[in-house]
Design a binder for this molecule. Sequence first.
Ligand code: 8YV
Length: 328
Amino acid sequence: MSKPKILVARAVFPEVIARLEQHFEVEANQADDSWPKAELIARLQGKDGAFTTGGDRIDAEVLAACPQLKICANMAVGYNNFDLDAMTAAGVLATNAPDVLTETTADFGFALLMATARRITESEHYLRAGRWTKWSYDMFAGSDIHGSTLGVLGMGRIGQGIAKRGAHGFGMKVIYHNRSRLDAALEAECKASYVSKEELLKTADHVVLVLPYSPASHHTIGAAELALMKPSATLVNIARGGIVDDAALAAALRDKRIAAAGLDVFEGEPMVHPDLLAVSNVVLTPHIASASLPTRLAMASLAAANLIAFFNDKRPLTPLNTAVLAIK
Ligand code: 8YV
């Protein structure tokens, strides 16, 4: 029996490709050039499955042009690159890569918060530019993390990881807002209190965004929300571009309506809004929150395991649209 054919849409660990090759006929984009939609469609012709990353959009147009496709396994926990309804309608299974990146991403959220509040990159640029000539009492004086109030917007697994780090590691008071409230045991574990979004924005010293992107969460933080925040507050976005109105944020940072921001994700990335590049009170990183080597390997391995399990026995590990499995 011939092996199923799969496309690996972006470069990935050679050992993961080797594992996939044991089960599939693999076409792999090891050159790592991002394919435009037309090329993705062309490469997907005759493929039974795809290994995708967050930048590979699978929508109704792609699905209509690739009738043989049965599964797309995302090497990401977020799956806003999938039109899930269209995939379900087309009978194409979607899987994501949850859990394996939770702690690494929460670590990074905290690192970005620390760098932002304590002005680490801004001060490093100053030093590298040869501008450090003397000590001053208020030179790069930022805001404290310990003992401050941490507001977590989006309290899924990564949000909980950030809350625990704040509460247990830094003695922070943790407040959170989420579509649904956590049960009492989980709230106690995270030492977190549920508040409205408005109260969170008004009272937190540091706001960390960890909510999934959907049309409903588009511009969750815009000019009106930024206006609610304390002038001394920091904002960290490790969720998705589009959750923050980047132009409104750049204006708020420029006018010092909030103190600073740390951003790992951007609207239209890898493009970054030029107004953000022009302000100094923002820490900018290129979507690397999950980027520790062991975690990236675990994410890729989980995506591969989903493909293998699906074609073996139709029991993928982390399916998103299980309705598809019922009709297969
Ligand atoms: C990925 C992410 O690096 O998992 C996610 O949702 O945003 C990141 O961990 C990115 O999406 C590449 O697939």
